[in-house]
Design a protein around this ligand. Sequence first.
Ligand code: CA
Length: 737
Amino acid sequence: MLKKDSLRYSFAILLIALGWGTSQALAAQTPNTAGITQPGAEWLNYGRDYSEQRYSPLSDINSDNVESLGLDWSFTFPTKRVMESTPLVHQGVMYVTTNWSRVYALDATNGTKLWEFDPKVPKEHLINSCCGPANRGAALWEDNGKTSLFVGSFDGRLIALDAKTGEQQWSTRTVPENSHYTITGAPRVIDGKVIIGNGGAELGVRGYVSAFDAATGEQLWRFYTVPGNPEQAQESKALDQALDTWTGDWWKVGGGGGTVWDAMAYDPELDLLYIGTGNGSPWNRDIRSSGGGDNLYLSSIVALRPDTGEYVWHYQVTPKDSWDYTATQHLILADLTIDGKQRPVIMQAPKNGFFYVLDRRDGTLLSADAYAQVNWASHIDLNTGRPVELPVADYNETGGSLIWPSPFGAHNWQPMSFSQQTGLVYIPAQHFPGYYSPDKKFAFKQHRWNTGVDFWGMRIHPDPIIAKATADAIIRGYLTAWDPVAKEKVWEVEYPEASNGGILSTAGGIVFQGTGQGVFNAYRADNGDSLWSFETDSGILAGPMTYAINGEQYVAVTQGSGGTIVLAAGRPRPKDPSNPNRLLVFKLNSSASLPPSSPLESQPEVALNAQTDSKQIELGEKLYERNCSVCHGVSTESGGVIPDLKLMDQNTHRDFMGIVLGGAKRHTGMVGFYETLDHTQVEAIHVYIKHQTNVVREIDEDSWWNKVRYWYWYWSSKLGDEFPWLANAMRDTIMEM
Ligand code: CA
């Protein structure tokens, strides 16, 4: 039976994702302070410790007994957006952040709330986000017996709280007023210095990372990742050296980019802070740096002195980045034996699809191998350290290309994990292409995305069943177990959709990972066998963590869909469209259940006249893809976290102009577009949305032909796991039907 709702849901495009604080004593790699008797009992930094391995030495929960793991308690937050946060646990207290940069302190044994803090981020700052008002976590630092907690707010403040009471100690603005920067990443604290970066390269900013005094909030240093106006003095020698790699007017057309929005790691022995830098702004290098050039230090791993911010070395992962191929992905430090030699390495699986192993003393490239599907480069030349690009990658030349990976990356912000037990790195990977075409009429626009790529090229097939079949055929998620010494995949788990959760590995021989569909899984770390799973009511994207109190081990993870748009046509929406934001905490032999969620009321269908002006529909589609799709979904297929415009009620239709032009819903984060769109254009967008709504309703009609096609699609999707060849043949047929 071809149900309206099931069809609408099933081809939806899901909107899914897109510190360690320590006292001097806690600064040890494995903290062991008073009251902590079990190694690894606490989780003191975003990636557990400075090495960011996300490997826990706890083994009470292990591959032999994990099947008796159950929910011990949960905590439901009042927010409804994407959850990317990894909680910290210190002295029996769990510190967890939510979207909109809120902070909660909970009793880590039972979830009793001790305090909460809301930095009251102005909702209209949401227009500056690439991927929702996410926050990945806080940082702890202890000085003279006083513990402070640090959090970056989405609108660019760094805030210090008393960890006991949640009272604000200080707040420092780390970005210029009314700028397009956002903070989503967790701070790190090194020797009393709080390190924080920011994001915003899609809108046009210049990337940097800064250090602030943990006690006072005073700024100690700032390292810019890209040069400013070449006529003016640069802020560092490193930038003087980078100037040669830039041409054109980058400081006017987008600021260059290179934001440090997520990954950092620290080696206390070498006293080096490692940062990962983001994509170019705009994305299209030929617009950003019109006379060519590699554009240092975009998409690079950079080593700095944490005391001064002084540059030590860099390795550029993606020279002349044109594809939003950030190198902000998780950085992991480990010691590996390579060719019989012990090497201190730094590892990364950046968006570009290659897994990099570098000597972290000086940045020497040791290996770089594809861990996912790539077609932009054939390989990385180990002699030059550079990718060997293939012609398809140059979309300015081809006029438009389908390129693997997409701007969402073969791996995004979801943390990976390195197991000291297996020596494997577990990557939340995805195979997912993007259609890149140049924006031929590019002009820098304030308060808007400035990519130099025409998003109209990314629209999906107007026939939803074909769109579903296409997505099934080309989009996949993976948990990939990668051997960084042998430079090969050891095992993998395949998921039917991209954008799944971050990873935790433990000495219990287990790897934990949630999925975008809301299933929390445990696998054997050595061979990937499925050991246990728990079904919840919204997507799990964040990295799980583990801790122990009074000799009992707990595993915790936050849930909540949203974030970057992932083209996942053909997937069900979150089970509960209200997208419950929760913290789930598991223990052996527990059997708590989730509290009931409060599903949104379904809206009555609004009667719409047929939209017949094809010119207006086409104009509306172009304007929609270029102005609205980033949040509301490609071709109006939203994942449900941001409103699906095809489900607008009568009032919203009536107020459409006031909302889109005037900003009547500014308080929700939907600002007015009066600076960039005019009345006629907004009308065309409205007509296009009404057209799309009618198209979906039409397809929902119970015609026998659509029933056949839908049935055919359903089975191609069901058979995909067991008989991929048959599923592919069926998908081909659907595309011909
Ligand atoms: Ca980006």
